[in-house]
Design a binder for this molecule. Structure first.
Ligand SMILES: Cc1ncc(COP(=O)(O)O)c(C=O)c1O
Length: 331
């Protein structure tokens, strides 16, 4: 398998723990909920993107890049973790960020500054990848003229090298379920650019996971999201030389928790964040994990997930954004 040979920089603290959330399970009336703590990957207050960025920065180093350029919204966890990882391996980092409502020097934007990233704020919606791509190209052209060798990382690190990170992370997770002696029925995860879900679907198929992966759309409508994830999953399996065929029915994404759109806190996500904080002492975020947890809570309440079943919730991080959303989260 080519997976073991794929170049990777060791930056994240792995394996992350898989923990039983007993008080949350009890509060919701039954199903056993385990939380996979990818919010504890180490740098920049943790998060899923470090697992992805390890492979992308290895590519950057391999082509002799002197600097990485990536993009997102002002509260992008991906951008922030890229900035931290770039600092760690000695690469310059330029972030092209779509200015939105949460653009005070708080949360991820504050951390970007501490990590020494060169932040370029542009007037564009964070949900407009084409405009962000164009802006990254312009910035890179400018850098080339200054003698730099830029490496562009797409929105959310969503490429087959990035998704490969979550194929490997699946192996780590499946081994942990075996060690704990559990057979989870479902794995819940927030879906933004789709690289995490694509990697998880390929990993679940390649390593015969007991669980079904359930994505919760937080960035774009589910049909659009499904098409993107399907293409990326197939591409990733091919890159890794895995004997895995991903079919459209392998991809399950719920769209009804997106609310008014990317980055808008919903009442359900707010409730989910507060419930998890008050039962487990854990911090979820308003943009990604809060909405994914809102979906899990709703599916338990309506009985789609029974009291005898077992669920893993992938905590993908996002903690810094809580500080940028303080007025909306508190009483
Ligand atoms: C906290 C958090 N959770 C989930 C995701 C979704 O990951 P992906 O973009 O790979 O779908 C992101 C993306 O930035 C994130 O920051």
């Amino acid at each position: 398998m080519k997976l073991a040979n794929l170049e990777r920089l060791r930056i994240a603290t792995l394996p992350t723990p898989l923990q039983y959330a007993g008080r949350l399970s009890e509060a919701l009336g039954g199903p056993k909920i385990f939380i996979k703590r990818d919010d504890l990957t180490g740098l920049a207050l943790g998060g899923n993107k470090l697992q992805i960025v390890e492979f992308l920065l290895a590519r950057a180093k391999a082509i002799g890049a002197t600097c990485v350029v990536t993009c997102g919204g002002t509260q992008s966890n991906h951008a922030c973790q890229t900035a931290a990882a770039a600092a760690r391996v000695g690469l310059k980092c330029v972030l092209v960020l779509a200015s939105g409502v949460h653009n005070g020097l708080q949360g991820n934007l504050l951390l970007d500054n501490l990590f020494g990233a060169d932040v370029k704020l542009i007037e564009a919606p964070a949900t407009s990848p084409d405009e962000l791509d164009r802006a990254m190209e312009e910035v890179s052209e400018h850098l080339r003229r200054q003698g730099e060798v830029p490496y562009i990382i797409p929105l959310g690190g969503s490429s087959r090298y990035g998704a490969a990170g979550y194929v490997l992370a699946s192996l780590e997770l499946i081994n942990q379920t075996t060690e704990l002696g559990i057979r989870p029925d479902y794995l819940y995860v927030a879906v933004g650019s789709g690289s995490t879900l694509a990697g998880l679907i390929v990993g679940a198929k390649a390593f015969s996971a007991p669980y079904r992966v359930k994505g919760v759309a937080v960035y774009r409508p589910p049909e659009e999201q499904k098409r993107a994830v399907w293409a990326l999953a197939q591409d990733t399996a091919e890159l890794l030389g895995l004997n895995v065929t991903v079919e459209p029915h392998d991809i399950s994404i719920y769209g009804e928790f997106l609310g008014p759109g990317y980055g808008h806190l919903t009442p359900e996500a707010r409730e989910a964040i507060r419930l998890v904080a008050r039962t487990e002492g854990l911090i979820l975020d308003p943009v990604y994990t809060g909405k994914a947890m809102a979906a899990l809570i709703e599916h338990i309440r309506v009985g789609w997930i029974g009291p005898d079943e077992t669920v893993i919730f992938l905590h993908t991080g996002g903690v810094p954004a809580v500080f940028a959303y303080a007025p909306e989260l508190t009483d």
